[in-house]
Design a binder for this molecule. Structure first.
Ligand code: FAD
Length: 290
């Protein structure tokens, strides 16, 4: 069982617990992006196990009638073992998800994986567009999306390349710590980059823009761009972070909460707690009062 402090950020260890959380979110107007925690596998066995769990999860999501999609990590699907392993596992998950009308996001990991991730994403979306793969229900919400990181210097070119790719794009500031030759290190510069990338997307994309940020300034910027260009967008935030804002925003906008679950929750929880003093204070207060 997930202990009380960690359960602010992680929905449980089992798919059933995750879907219970999703049900509560949906009742408050927020949709869910479900992520099975796991990354950087260097053996086939956990890759195959997580991929199988995702294929079962999309069936459970469809069967439950919940408003939810999934998000997978390339290194969870075997990217460290080889691009071919990752592509094969991803394709099977996307096929299963399409059968059930469930959308699949691909998280972006460290900068050394960007090319492999974007190439796999682009090839897969084009196979669906070209009819080589197909969803059983053409009206379904199935499809694929990928994440891009504003702190990488290459991202402007990637975002331009993705304008012609028929999927969705999640814009984030970037959670990894890439070296200075490939990344902006200054927070103000990353914010400026994030704003510019959003502006390009709202102007050039047909829709499919996801603003993956808790930053009120970035969300206000996206709202203003939506008013100016009319392009559809959604807001995505993490479970346990600014949840009241998520519910408020959901009155007017499409809001999705990223909902991690699984028995590998410790390192994810540690990242959430250490990335921000307020989260650390929350954890300490909870420990001291227990
Ligand atoms: P920050 O720049 O961290 O903070 C800016 C402002 O936002 C703060 O000043 C404050 O006003 C507000 N804020 C931020 N956090 C909090 C908080 N805990 N409580 C209250 N206010 C807060 N990164 C990747 O590299 N790859 C991914 O695939 C990826 N997927 C993501 C998916 C989702 C749905 C989200 C929300 C983030 C994802 N990230 C991913 C993480 C992202 O890159 C950032 O590291 C993370 O979101 C922090 O940046 P920020 O824009 O939220 O705000």
């Amino acid at each position: 069982m997930i202990p009380p402090i960690a359960n602010r950020f992680v929905a449980g260890e089992s798919p059933a617990e995750a879907l219970d959380h999703v049900r509560r979110l949906n009742e408050r107007g927020v949709k869910a992006i479900v992520n099975l925690l796991g990354e950087h596998y260097d053996e086939r066995e956990p890759v195959a196990a997580d991929a199988a769990e995702y294929r079962a999860l999309v069936a459970d999501i469809a069967g439950s009638g919940l408003d939810a999609c999934i998000s997978v990590k390339p290194s969870q699907l075997g990217l460290d073992l080889g691009e071919d392993v990752f592509r094969a596992e991803l394709a099977e998950i996307v096929d299963a998800a399409a059968e059930h009308g469930v959308f699949v996001w691909i998280d972006m990991e460290d900068h050394a994986t960007t090319d492999a991730t974007l190439d796999a994403y682009e090839d897969l979306t084009r196979e669906y567009e070209g009819g080589e793969r197909s969803s059983s229900d053409p009206e379904s919400d199935s499809g694929v999306g990928v994440c891009v990181q504003a702190n990488l210097k290459r991202t402007r070119a990637d975002v331009e390349r993705l304008a012609d790719v028929p999927g969705k794009v999640r814009f984030v500031k970037g959670a990894y710590d890439p070296p200075a030759d490939v990344a902006y290190k200054d927070e103000a510069r990353i914010d400026r980059e994030y704003r510019d990338l959003l502006e390009y997307a709202f102007e050039q994309y047909d829709g499919g823009i996801a603003v993956g940020s808790h930053d009120p300034a970035m969300i206000d910027h996206a709202k203003a761009l939506h008013d100016r260009y009319g392009t559809d967008f959604e807001i995505q935030m993490l479970m346990g972070v600014r949840e009241d804002a998520q519910y408020d925003l959901a009155d007017e906008y499409e809001v999705w909460q990223y909902v991690p679950y699984g028995d590998r929750w410790k390192s994810y929880f540690y990242r959430r707690v250490t990335e921000r003093t307020a989260n650390l204070e929350f954890a300490l207060r909870a420990v001291l009062s227990s």
